[in-house]
Design a protein around this ligand. Sequence first.
Ligand SMILES: Nc1ncnc2c1ncn2[C@@H]1O[C@H](COP(=O)(O)OP(=O)(O)O)[C@@H](O)[C@H]1O
Ligand SMILES: [Mg+2]
Length: 334
Amino acid sequence: MSNIIQVTNLSKTYQSRGKAVTAVSNLTFSVNQGELFGLFGPNGAGKSTLVRMLTTLLAPTRGTAVVNNFDVVRQEMQVRASIGLVTAEERSFYGRLTARQNLQFYAAMQNVPRAQIPKRIAEVLELFDLSHKADAAAQSLSTGQKQRLNMARALIHNPPILFLDEPTKSMDVQTSDFVKALIRNELVNRQGKTVVFISHELYEMENFCDRVIILANGLIQAIGTPAELGAKLPRRALFRLVVEGDPDQLAQSWQNLDGVETIAEVSRGATQTTFDVALVDERVWFEVVKVIEVGNGRLESYHRADDESLRRIVAHFSGGEFTAKDAENAKKNK
Ligand SMILES: Nc1ncnc2c1ncn2[C@@H]1O[C@H](COP(=O)(O)OP(=O)(O)O)[C@@H](O)[C@H]1O
Ligand SMILES: [Mg+2]
């Protein structure tokens, strides 16, 4: 069984105040066993709808999905036993119970055999570096610890498949790095689990996923390894430059040049500003420099930073919609 998830002609249409909204439309794809599979796309693309169908929370309008060899409609219980789900929104703990007591509750809900529960709880607490908090009330944990406990909860029954719907959305950088390293090294590489990782933010997602699927407007825009998708992108040149001069005025003038694709301010200091400018062709660089001179600015330094990044791949395949917001997020995170 190498296709651990098989989706065939899957569609979902919501009825909302008498109006039909098709959130995902006729999706067909599969996920291989042991794969770290990224599901990306802008807000409203249909990512959560797809995941809710694959995790039996929402009935498909048309088509089928088979998860761990079980049909999500006809074998709901078996599918649930096969998966763990983490979403960014949920608040899932009894604050006055301890971390361990919360996990005992979820273990019982997931029919973990009684005799195995203490050992399994010790394992997941250890994995998420929470052993020292086992007997602390859930409400006394820090935000990052609660987020780790939530992941521990999703794995309590040791499912072969884990769905993570924007798990890193509200995480601080340390928690997010910790969780991503754990997913890659421990859950996927060592334990052989299959992980479906959903995100609309790609900052620091490089070299994380084995394959990615890009969704926009409820349709599959692209699927493949990051390298395969990167190879399909048009060539262009990216420069990182440090300038002195009025940054807003410079950005405005560059925007007006033919052949400038995007301009992102990376950081602003007292006298110097760092920009990333993406050009359709390296010959446009000459024009970019001329704008600085004309504006009485000074080019302090620059280097080529050509970029086949995931961010660029997703922006390209989801119709560019994605670029501005993601650049903003990247800036915020620096
Ligand atoms: N319960 C619902 N009723 C009606 N429309 C919905 C519902 N949930 C989601 N949608 C719509 O379906 C589309 C996809 O939403 P969603 O799956 O949440 O996307 P994503 O997770 O990629 O942001 C959006 O247009 C959204 O407004
Ligand atoms: Mg969503």
